[in-house]
Ligand binder design. Sequence first.
Ligand code: ZN
Length: 365
Amino acid sequence: MQFKQIAGQQALKSKLTAMAASGRVPHAQLVLGQSGAGNLPVALAFAAYLLCKNPLPEDSCGECDACRKMQSFTHPDLHFSFPFPSSSGDTCVDLYPQWRKALQTDPYLSYESWMRLLNAENKQGNIPILECRAIIRNLSMKAYESKYKILLLWLPEFLGKEGNVLLKFLEEPPPDTLFLLVCSQPDKLLSTIVSRTQLLRVPPIDEEELTSYLAQQLEITREEAARFSMMSGGDLIKARELASNSESPYMEPFRQWMLYCYKKNMLLSAKWIEELSGKGREYIKGLLLYGIEIMRAIAVMEHLGERNGLNEHEKEFVTKLGKLMSTKKIFGIFDVLDAAIYEVERNGNVKMIFTDLSFKISKLF
Ligand SMILES: [Zn+2]
């Protein structure tokens, strides 16, 4: 995990790299913020930066031995603790395989999604006393490969009173030991722990920064990205949810049109065109561009198996359409849609253009 993989948080990244460069890293930090703001990814990238053998001014190198181990979250000097249901094991080590897989899949992990991954949605997560003792045992050993050994304790608010056995350790840790306590609900945290840590706030992601990140990662337009960014309040998890539930305004009309073409129902197609011709040219162009995107998605899906930026409905649509067509035909439709854009831009007659298109696409099916 590197800083560059994190959405926004530029100011915080600079603060952390400067902190590491100064050599004055507080031994116990409370990394406080929402999961969707990236409190866990920030802590992971900071740990990677501290463990990296050749850190660059702004990020870990991504290539050294330590960085490679951090890509799979298997660095021996980084220990993890997190809540889990008592039925899943005794200590966190029992769950390291699932934990690493979860982080590799998506480091923007929430408590709910973690419990879902453990098939324990209805159970209560907990950081039990056996785990607290394991923490003390692990950190009492020397660092294996690095200057530091780090404990990343995710969601310390799930420590019960048992957590108090860690207090002395937080106060006087063994040499070169760092605690990163990644917390989302500070009001549930033992006050004895809060008082022994230095606070590091992870604020909501800056709206502009989140917009750029979403536009790039989800392959959506900047306008759409800005809308999700604003609605999410700087929370990447929420913004992604909004994006996956939202539908392009072109999806349903385009799907209908393709259906009429496939069934060679020129009557319904004509009605559809009649309605379409009442809309503005920008909308019509948008619809054609959307159609091109869909054709591209089908072609890519055939080769790569999936594609980013499509919501569940679109994926289903693309899969169905893909089953009806050969690659050659997909490119055929792609070409006629592309040519139609040219005509729409030159103020061609919309009804004529789309009637012609409907015939051509029907023939291609
Ligand atoms: Zn490195």
